[in-house]
Design a protein around this ligand. Structure first.
Ligand SMILES: Nc1nc2c(ncn2[C@@H]2O[C@H](COP(=O)(O)OP(=O)(O)OP(=O)(O)O)[C@@H](O)[C@H]2O)c(=O)[nH]1
Ligand SMILES: [Mg+2]
Length: 438
């Protein structure tokens, strides 16, 4: 999944970010490739077509929002539409006491029971397990072995019904009880009846259906069928690591209204993730956390008053300081960079980042050692003042000069952008000014 779909999508995004010019023709090409990628991931043809035409409309027919270039807009729209395609916001299972897992043969029910127990342990809760599978001879041993790995107790009985009844009684004091049930080849009456009877006894807060990702777009209809017969509250899409069809499984669940709560990403007990479409898509696209970046960038954006000052040449060292502060609030440069579309992929040497960060910190010390007057009107800073500032900040004189040079350079560059240029990407230009290439 992450190898296939993720790689194709992040390559596509890399093309958008690094392509020389983004125009109508290249957007069409991008959309054509996006559709191919979605179909390869077993996303339903109609869904894929709808998604592509929605993106086309937003990018080519509607007005681009102020402050965004076509390139940024295309990225943003692709991201948002993929998130919509792949489901709803995550919902937590914390606080749920009884959870029953159901599903067909070999869909990873038993493994997922142990993974879930581990997940709750990590939240500081005490989980216990009940084996309600007496069809497959090795089922009890398998659950026992898994539970030993995580130190969680298992209740084993003689038949599924008494096991659930006794197990619930025994684990009354536990925070969560997870019930593993038997699989079948198909959702036949025998399985449906057993599920129903078990549900009557257990009265579970959640009935979760395990669906392996490799069944692709059949996932949604299968969830529907289970829901009609036994009633499910959510889906866990398992084995996402072994197939390229995960996108199809997730989108198909989303369109049929089945809520995906977790995804299984490997055979190990730790390989379970709460499903969050926004984070999932960001990762698929190789974008880092785009949503957080957009929010933070907004906070650090050059304000219109500031743009005014800059255009009129009244951008002072104090303003420069405020901008450095704003950058600082966004977190370490490395993490800002990983959130900027395309930037995280360029793999700058780590020490470049660290050096820039160090430099910003030193500049801050130097600025703190200046008087208000000096910051408002840096032209008055003479050689003797430089000496004093250097002493006050504990930084060498040449660094004070470097800061003044940087400021002067920036003042010139910013002035040359003009107001619209600034409003369109002041922050980016600022980062660029510090030697980064966006
Ligand atoms: N690659 C991969 N394999 C997994 C994952 N989860 C479980 N498996 C493997 O899938 C196989 C079946 O898992 P089980 O947990 O036994 O499935 P089940 O639904 O309980 O099977 P039955 O009880 O026989 O119906 C095992 O070999 C697991 O190790 C996953 O996320 N990724
Ligand atoms: Mg099993």
């Amino acid at each position: 999944m992450f190898d296939n779909l993720g790689k194709s999508l992040s390559n596509l995004i890399r093309r958008i970010v690094t392509g020389t010019a983004i125009d109508k023709k290249s957007v069409e090409e991008i959309l054509k490739d996006l559709k191919i990628i979605l179909l390869q991931s077993d996303v339903d043809t109609k869904l894929a077509e709808e998604l592509v035409s929605k993106i086309r409309k937003k990018c080519l027919e509607e007005k681009i929002p102020a402050g965004l270039t076509l390139r940024e807009h295309v990225l943003k729209v692709i991201y948002e539409e993929l998130v919509k395609l792949l489901g709803e916001k995550p919902s937590t299972l914390i606080g749920k006491k009884k959870i029953m897992l159901v599903g067909l043969f070999g869909t990873a029910k038993t493994t997922t029971c142990a993974k879930l127990a581990r997940y709750f342990q990590k939240q500081g809760l005490k989980p216990a397990l009940i084996c309600a599978d007496y069809h497959r001879p090795a089922a009890t041993t398998q659950l026992l072995q898994l539970s030993q790995q995580i130190n969680a107790p298992v209740h084993i009985g003689k038949d599924p019904y008494s096991a659930v009844k006794d197990g619930l009684e025994r684990f009354k004091s536990y925070d969560v009880v997870i019930i593993d049930t038997a699989g079948r080849n198909a959702l036949d009456t025998a399985l449906a009846n057993e599920m129903k009877r078990l549900a009557e006894i257990a009265k579970p807060d959640e009935v979760l259906l395990t669906i392996p990702a490799d069944i692709g777009k059949v996932a949604g209809p299968q969830a529907n069928e289970f829901n009609k017969l036994v009633g499910i509250t959510g889906v866990i899409v398992t084995k996402m690591d072994g197939t390229a069809k995960g996108g199809g499984a997730l989108s198909s669940c989303s369109v049929t209204g089945a809520k995906v709560k977790f995804i299984g990403t490997g055979e190990k007990i730790e390989d379970l993730e709460v499903y969050d479409p926004e984070r999932f898509v960001s990762r698929l696209l190789g974008l880092g956390d785009l949503r957080t970046l957009l929010e933070k960038a907004k906070e650090a954006e050059i304000k219109p008053e500031m743009a005014e000052k800059i255009v009129e040449g009244r951008f002072t060292l104090q303003d420069f300081y405020d901008q450095i502060e704003a950058l600082g609030k966004m977190g370490p440069l490395q993490s800002i960079a990983s959130m900027v579309p395309g930037f995280g992929m360029m793999k700058l040497p780590e020490d470049v980042m660290e050096k820039q960060e160090e430099k910003l910190k030193h500049f801050k010390f130097i600025l703190q050692s200046m008087t208000r007057e000096e910051k408002e009107n840096p032209d008055i800073i003479s050689a003797s003042r430089i000496k004093r500032i250097a002493r006050g900040s504990g930084r060498p004189e040449h660094e004070v000069r470097e800061l003044l040079n940087q400021y002067e350079k920036m003042r010139k560059i910013l002035k040359s952008f003009g107001r619209t240029g600034l409003e369109r990407g002041g922050l980016k230009q600022l980062i660029k000014q510090f030697g980064f290439k966006l």
